[in-house]
Design a protein around this ligand. Structure first.
Ligand SMILES: [Zn+2]
Length: 114
């Protein structure tokens, strides 16, 4: 990666950690990191970029109460769906439950159903 660009990304990430950026600014930064990450998939910069992106996402969720649904990968506002806030919707919560249940069944085997 271009060292200047990397330097810029690190600086931006540090700024995000220290300041309250608006949702729009944080989203822009995340978008920029995501794009950069895509062009570095598999190379030496990938892990570093992933770490930066994680920090941005973390800062974003802290400052906006935005969360990323582990089922459909959509971001959502926690307040909109109640206190648990792990999943974006009841259907994703249900889907996650079914996935856990199915995984458990595969692990334990058919004996569990008797
Ligand atoms: Zn979801």
């Amino acid at each position: 990666m271009d060292p200047d660009r990397y330097e810029m990304l690190v600086t931006l990430t540090e700024v995000v950690m220290q300041l309250d950026l608006t949702l729009q600014e944080t989203e822009r930064l995340r978008h920029c990191l995501t794009e950069t990450l895509a062009s570095h998939a598999g190379d030496a910069d990938e892990q570093l970029l992933k770490k930066l992106l994680e920090k941005v996402v973390e800062a974003e969720s802290r400052s906006t109460r935005q969360s990323c649904c582990p089922v459909c990968q959509q971001s959502f506002t926690r307040e909109a769906v109640g206190r648990t806030g792990v999943y974006c919707s009841a259907s994703c919560k249900q889907k996650a439950y079914r996935q856990r249940r199915d995984a458990w069944r595969r692990q334990v085997g058919p004996r569990a159903s008797t």
